[in-house]
Design a protein around this ligand. Structure first.
Ligand SMILES: CC(C)(COP(=O)(O)OP(=O)(O)OC[C@H]1O[C@@H](n2cnc3c(N)ncnc32)[C@H](O)[C@@H]1OP(=O)(O)O)[C@@H](O)C(=O)NCCC(=O)NCCS
Length: 143
């Protein structure tokens, strides 16, 4: 069965938390994930291999401005094209002419490479933005 993508629901919190906790330097709490799902401005999707959740993405949409809040793929499923498909799927749901922003650590080479491949460009740098002292790169894409 090929990979599928569907909207996130509250039953997914446990699986998203587990993946997020294993791949993010500053993981979200369960409450933060739940609040994101309940946020009316938030859109979220999970990727599945059969019934197993392999990744997730959250986007906040406010008119023509959107922001990728977080995206993650479980360690054993990385480099299989899932992250790219999740981002492409999310971008395809936004109105044409949207501006999409995100922030990423300058040390996160994998995510940076992926975002650049999709077409995001760096628009600003926030010095020592993250708790580990790394810079935050502000990136933007116009759909
Ligand atoms: C970033 C992340 C979501 C990418 O997901 P993924 O499913 O592994 O990525 P894909 O397989 O779709 O990669 C697509 C392309 O992105 C680039 N890329 C992805 N991961 C990379 C890595 N670790 N190093 C270099 N390039 C990478 C490559 O160009 C890749 O294409 P290729 O495999 O044909 O070379 C995943 O590594 C992850 O969960 N990281 C931890 C969480 C995180 O950093 N999230 C982003 C900030 S919130």
């Amino acid at each position: 069965m090929p990979m599928t993508i569907r909207p996130i629901n509250k039953e997914d919190i446990k699986d998203i938390f587990k993946i997020n906790n294993s791949v993010q330097g500053n993981p979200w709490t369960r409450n933060a994930i739940q609040a994101e799902i309940e946020n009316p401005l938030s859109l979220g999707w999970v990727s599945l291999d059969k019934v197993v959740i392999t990744g997730y993405i959250f986007i906040r949409k406010n008119g023509s401005e959107s922001e990728i809040m977080t995206v993650g793929v479980s360690p054993e499923n990385q480099r299989k094209g899932i992250g790219e498909k999740l981002i492409s799927h999310a971008l395809a749901q936004l109105p044409q002419g949207s501006t999409v922003n995100l922030e990423v650590s300058h040390l996160n080479e994998g995510a940076l490479t992926l975002y650049k491949k999709i077409g995001f460009i760096v628009t600003a740098t926030r010095k020592s933005y993250y708790p580990d002292g790394s810079d935050g790169l502000c990136m933007q894409l116009n759909t």
